[in-house]
Design a binder for this molecule. Structure first.
Ligand code: ADP
Ligand code: VHF
Length: 277
């Protein structure tokens, strides 16, 4: 499928997972944060509108307090998220400012889905940042969100959150940066013969069957939540790409219309008039 039209995307949500900004489960990758700041700032300064959905609160918190292992208990994760989220924003603020770009933090809970006034409020604060040429940096409010049967305010992973943000901001494209360069017909970490699927135009049972869970101790979503995010983005008539975070220049290539990762976009029939000439 032709990717040329991706050149015209104006508003882009970029989601980066914990895995992609850490050297190890408890060590931050500062070079990667620097490169991310450079790429996002460059795109913004080319006249596009970037919204960054970044995981990493818990991981950066674990790094800040010199933990040896990524935490597993909820209370501990929440405490570390409170340390890590402010440290993460501090890093983003400093690195982005180096490239002449301001960022603003928005922390969300699932309430925005259930309460229209929360949804609208969130939408207007994000839009207001965008109008001021500030890149919103969005994460879940991990320190307070809960997952109780009668009160669920937690997303738990950021693929779903990124799809919600894509809808909320009416963005044209969601780029999910992962530790894998796209959707394969089987988990490539378990099957050497797995092949990359360059384009998905419909989420059906076959695609759902290919998608497995998370690939590391500090990731939560895996391919399953990415496919669900794709389903939601495609239902809005928008596009989503899963690609590798290894070389962040890939974002420039995607926006230049080059074939990278897996593109999720509904097939649109070319105009009949055009065919008839
Ligand atoms: N069909 C598949 N194609 C690619 N990756 C898959 C597939 N099924 C499961 N996975 C797993 O999904 C992981 C990517 O998701 P995740 O672990 O949540 O990482 P991230 O935090 O980078 O989003 C891969 O590393 C891989 O282990
Ligand atoms: N909101 C959490 C995200 C947790 C998480 O693992 O997300 P992801 O890496 O996108 O699977 C954090 O910032 O630590």
């Amino acid at each position: 499928m032709n990717r040329e039209s991706l050149k015209n995307c104006k508003r882009i949500v970029i989601k980066i997972g914990t895995n992609s900004i850490m050297q190890s489960p408890t060590k931050v990758d500062y070079q990667q944060i620097d490169r991310l700041a450079f790429v996002c700032s460059s795109i913004q300064q080319q006249g596009k509108e970037v919204i960054l959905v970044s995981s990493g609160a818990v991981g950066v918190g674990a790094s800040e307090v010199n933990m040896d292992e990524y935490p597993t208990e909820i209370a501990e994760k929440q405490a570390l998220a409170s340390v890590g989220q402010s440290a993460l924003m501090n890093l983003y603020s400093r690195f982005f400012q180096h490239y002449g770009q301001y960022v603003g933090q928005i922390l969300m809970t699932r309430d925005i889905i259930n309460y229209p006034s929360s949804y609208q409020n969130c939408q207007s604060s994000i839009n207001s940042l965008i109008e001021k040429n500030i890149i919103p940096v969005i994460n879940e409010n991990d320190a307070v969100s809960v997952d109780e049967r009668n009160h669920r305010t937690r997303f738990g992973e950021n693929d779903t959150l990124a799809a919600v943000v894509t809808e909320l901001t009416e963005a044209d494209l969601l780029i999910i940066l992962s530790d894998v360069d796209g959707l394969y017909d089987a988990n490539p970490h378990h099957d050497d013969t797995a092949e990359l699927i360059p384009h998905v135009d419909e989420i059906n049972a076959e695609i759902l069957d290919m998608a497995g869970g998370a690939g590391s101790t500090f990731s939560t979503g895996g391919m399953e939540t990415k496919i669900k995010a794709a389903e939601s983005v495609m239902s809005l008539g928008k596009s989503m790409i899963i690609t590798s975070s290894e070389d962040l220049n890939v974002i420039f290539d995607i926006l230049a219309g080059e074939t990278e990762g897996t593109l999720f976009r509904k097939y649109k029939k070319e105009s009949v008039l055009k065919e008839e000439g």
